[in-house]
Design a protein around this ligand. Structure first.
Ligand code: NAG
Ligand code: NAG
Length: 319
């Protein structure tokens, strides 16, 4: 009897440890199902206002293609943001700077030494940051539309290369956006089809209680801030939240709940499939297999919730 309980306990603990050690799942920073990603994307095609220092090449070599940051949404009372469309290079600056293909990596990011394997962050040209110190103070929440999905991220780093290029995201975010493309330090997503929405002003900054020098410590906060800012932006753009279909309409717009709008379920046990980073700490890992934003969002909850679930399971089994 005790032997059996011991065995189950060991198994459960191992499973729990695996879950905790697991990489950050993209669902931890996926936008709410109520966000009308297609409508925001199409609204972003219509922007026109160009602030100072707004145009940058998207790559160092093929410097023909440029991307321009727009400020049409920057004066909104709530959900104010800069928006631009670009490609997505993969950045590993910060503690994981030795990632595959990142020969020129740097151990620090702008406001710390973020883990590119565990933090979804975006990178903007240093020159644009310098031109907008009040609007952009660092760790601003961003919404990134890629591959018909929308993820939340923070502004984590700037590009200060001699040719300042634009369109860059952390390893985790890049691989979450394009799980099929095996992106790495020297392999980015080249098509100019990623929309970056950088929320501005003090109310758009992820607070120190949710982030430390290396990691986001509270993904629920990132997600609830992202959903709130996006809801405000949508309101201003006259875009209605998507309601649930079928027999049970949602009680509210579902945009202010953080993780609460999704019922957590236990995920598949993560597989070490060998294409993650060397230190086994991160990588986007195998995300949901389809590109459906809904299932991505409802698939799984934060690792802590899973760990809690396992702990409760252990208790129930043992009592
Ligand atoms: C969006 O916000 C701006 C400034 O706050 C305002 O001028 C504009 O009318 C708003 N647009 C809509 C559609 O609410
Ligand atoms: C992914 O890229 C890495 C190099 O960054 C390479 O070693 C690996 O073989 C690639 N995997 C696949 C499945 O292409």
């Amino acid at each position: 009897m005790f032997f059996k309980i011991g065995k189950i306990l060991t198994l459960a603990l191992a499973l729990g440890a695996l879950v905790i050690a697991k990489t950050v799942h993209p669902s931890a920073f996926t936008a709410s199902k109520a966000v009308d990603v297609a409508a925001i994307s199409s609204a972003s095609e219509k922007v026109k206002q160009v602030p100072a220092h707004a145009t940058y090449p998207i790559s160092v070599e093929g410097h023909k293609d440029k991307s321009t940051i727009h400020s049409d949404w920057a004066s909104f009372a709530e959900g104010a943001a800069f928006v631009f469309k670009a490609d997505m290079d993969t950045d590993c600056d910060g503690v994981n700077f030795k990632c595959d293909g990142n020969a020129d990596g740097q151990p620090l990011t702008n406001w710390g030494a973020l883990s590119a394997f565990e933090v979804p962050y975006i990178v903007i040209p240093q020159e644009f940051l310098d031109a907008n110190p009040t609007a952009i103070s660092g760790n601003n929440v961003a919404a990134v539309i890629c591959n018909n999905k929308m993820f939340y991220a923070i502004l984590g780093d700037t590009n200060g290369n001699n040719r300042q290029v634009t369109g860059e995201a952390s390893w985790l975010l890049a691989r979450s956006c394009f799980p099929e493309e095996n992106l790495s330090g020297n392999r980015g997503h080249d098509e100019i089809d990623v929309t970056y929405i950088l929320f501005i002003g003090p109310e758009a900054v992820l607070p120190p209680s949710a982030i430390n020098e290396r990691y986001i410590t509270d993904f629920g906060k990132l997600r609830s801030m992202g959903n709130h800012l996006t809801a405000s932006l949508m309101k201003n753009l006259s875009i209605k939240p998507l309601g649930g279909s079928g027999s049970s309409p949602p009680k509210d717009d579902g945009l202010h709940d953080g993780n609460n709008d999704d019922i957590p379920t236990l995920p598949d046990v993560p597989q070490e499939n060998g294409d993650g980073p060397n230190d086994n700490l991160g990588g986007a890992g195998p995300g949901p297999h389809d590109d459906d934003i809904d299932s991505a969002a409802s698939d799984v909850a934060a690792p802590e919730i899973m760990a809690l679930f396992v702990a409760v399971l252990v208790l129930v089994v043992c009592i």
